[in-house]
Write a new protein. Structure first.
Length: 303
């Protein structure tokens, strides 16, 4: 079986014509059988795509042919099976939704810190290390000693920062997220508010897990990713978490042993929050997904 390539990338740059770019990018990816999610907004592009290495690189080269995206960089990880069912190229107001007007990470963001230098920074007792991800992501893994804001969406982070980060005290702040995009925008928010020393992990957790050996790592647990792999660990090896199809939370071995767990239907976190009618709809959806998977496996053996 051919190993697939998953590429994650983003870039803050002004794309006033993003609506006209959408059909061109979609046509290119469909022609190459590249799947995934591509978000386009006036502030830039944010994407995770997958396919054969040749097709993914060709799709990225197509994007880089636009001068505004010519220096696009990406993070790679392997996949044994296609982590996306289809391609979605969406127009958005923001490529990562913060909900604060006037934030321009392309012009004002924190200082990049490489994965190799990250340990030294976050080991400094004077540095406040903030995980900018959602609570269900933090739950399965984070950096030692980091602060969890306990947010359910990225849009809640500005209010948390307002309540918990004192501009007057001028703290040294280090922020991190999965691939770098959320902390790039949140560091821009802090810089605009007047915090002078703001840092963020270049390439995000994924680059750290790729570059830093496990025996030197300050990362604990696994990293949630927004595709069918659900989580990855050191070396970007696919983890052992599964996604609850009802509430979209990651489930480990303990959660899957709960009597409230039904594959594709419910877990201990959401069992009491859905009705029996909803559970039946989820069960039917799972039956259809299982049927489609069996068909793909059958077609694969016939080739």
């Amino acid at each position: 079986m051919t190993e697939l390539l998953v590429a994650t990338f983003y870039k803050f740059t002004i794309l006033k014509d993003h609506a006209t770019l959408q059909p061109k990018i979609e046509a290119c990816c469909l022609d190459l059988d590249v799947r995934g999610i591509i978000l386009l907004a006036e502030e830039g592009i944010n994407a995770t795509i997958s396919g054969t290495r040749e097709s993914v690189i060709e799709a990225i080269e197509f994007l880089k042919s636009d001068p505004r995206l010519s220096d696009l960089t990406w993070k790679e990880s392997p996949a044994r099976t296609q982590p996306f069912r289809k391609l979605r190229v969406r127009l958005k107001k923001e490529i990562v939704t913060m909900g604060v007007e006037g934030i321009d990470p392309a012009q004002l963001a924190g200082t990049y810190v490489s994965a190799e230098d990250w340990n030294d920074l976050i080991s400094d007792p004077d540095v406040v290390v903030i995980d900018t991800r959602n609570d269900y992501e933090v739950e399965i893994g984070t950096f030692q000693g980091s602060v969890d804001p306990g947010i359910s969406t990225f849009g809640e982070l500005p209010e948390w920062i307002k309540r918990n980060v004192s501009i007057e005290k001028q703290p040294k702040v280090a922020m991190f997220c999965t691939g770098g995009i959320r902390c790039e925008k949140s560091t821009a928010l802090l810089k605009q508010a007047g915090v002078r020393e703001v840092y963020h992990l270049e390439g995000g957790i994924l680059k750290y897990l790729e570059n830093v050996p496990e025996h030197e790592s300050l990362w604990e647990g696994q990293c949630f990713v927004f595709d069918e792999r659900v989580s990855v660990g050191h070396g970007l090896e696919v983890g052992d978490y599964e996604l609850c199809r009802a509430c979209r939370d990651p489930l480990g071995k303990d959660e899957k042993s709960s009597p409230n767990y039904r594959r594709g239907v419910s877990c201990s976190k959401c069992h009491d929050r859905t009705t029996e009618d909803q559970k039946e709809r989820f069960a039917e959806r799972q039956r259809q997904l299982d049927l489609a998977e069996r068909r793909r496996e059958t077609e694969g053996t016939e080739q």
